[in-house]
Design a protein. Structure first.
Length: 252
């Protein structure tokens, strides 16, 4: 089976814009579409998570508008990003999908400060900002960060275009705008939802995940121990078992 490090990058026209995406896996009629985090492109997905899901399901990951190799510019709101994601899904001829969303999608009005501090620490220490944003600064967290970042470099050919400064800033503004907006009415989402996070999340406190799970009519919550925003990557083996069990049960 094709793995994430070898999956070819393809494009599809979405209202005149070429969207970059990769597809792999088999075994399910309903594909799992991956929606990525702030500043991320295709190469920032953890191969352990992608390949683990793809072993049992068709997987599609893409660069949304203005991100990585996808054309145009990042929209000003998270709502428009969602609209673009729907347009991409429809352009592939898909009527029903499972969504894997990681991070970007909610809103935290202090996100610019949080990210700015992490980038400053990363610059001074010559490290990746995600070492400070995704993982706790404990021996266990540092080890998980090192393993995660190493996995991101397993792919050596046909790598994605890095995200632009304009895209980074536009995403931040959209997240802050969402954080200052009225809360969404999550009661209208009747689909089953699996909410996962770490118990030491610096970017989005775990209490937000618990609150989201409470406001969703049909949600399950899992908080992984001694981990942060990247808890699903730090505990990828446990998370994969949980996610695959959820997909299997809800699909049935």
């Amino acid at each position: 089976m094709v793995t994430w490090k070898d999956a070819p990058t393809r494009t599809v026209d979405v209202d005149g814009i070429r969207f970059a995406y990769r597809e792999l896996g088999c075994g399910s009629d309903v594909p799992v579409v991956f929606l990525h985090h702030l500043t991320a492109v295709l190469d920032d997905w953890d191969p352990k998570v992608i390949d683990g899901i793809a072993a049992h399901h068709r997987v599609i990951a893409f660069d949304n508008r203005g991100v990585g190799a996808t054309g145009s510019s990042v929209p000003r709101t998270v709502e428009q990003m969602g609209t673009d994601a729907i347009a991409f899904i429809r352009a592939l001829g898909l009527e029903k999908v499972d969504l894997f969303g990681f991070s970007l999608g909610g809103g935290i009005d202090q996100m610019t400060k949080i990210v700015g501090v992490a980038y400053a620490k990363a610059f001074i220490s010559r490290k990746d900002p995600r070492e400070f944003l995704f993982f706790p600064r404990t021996p266990e967290g540092k080890h998980a960060a090192s393993d995660y970042l190493a996995r991101l470099h397993e792919r050596t050919r046909d790598r994605d275009k890095k995200i632009s400064l304009q895209a980074r800033l536009a995403q931040l503004k959209a997240i802050v705008h969402a954080g200052k907006s009225d809360p969404d009415d999550l009661s209208v989402i009747t689909a089953p939802v699996f909410v996962a996070n770490g118990d030491r999340d610096l970017m989005v406190d775990s209490d937000h995940s618990a609150d989201m799970a409470r406001r969703l009519p049909n949600a399950r919550l899992k908080i992984y121990p001694n981990s942060g925003h990247g808890g699903v990557f730090q505990h990828h083996e446990t998370f994969l078992a949980d996610a695959l069990r959820f997909l299997a049960n809800e699909g049935a």
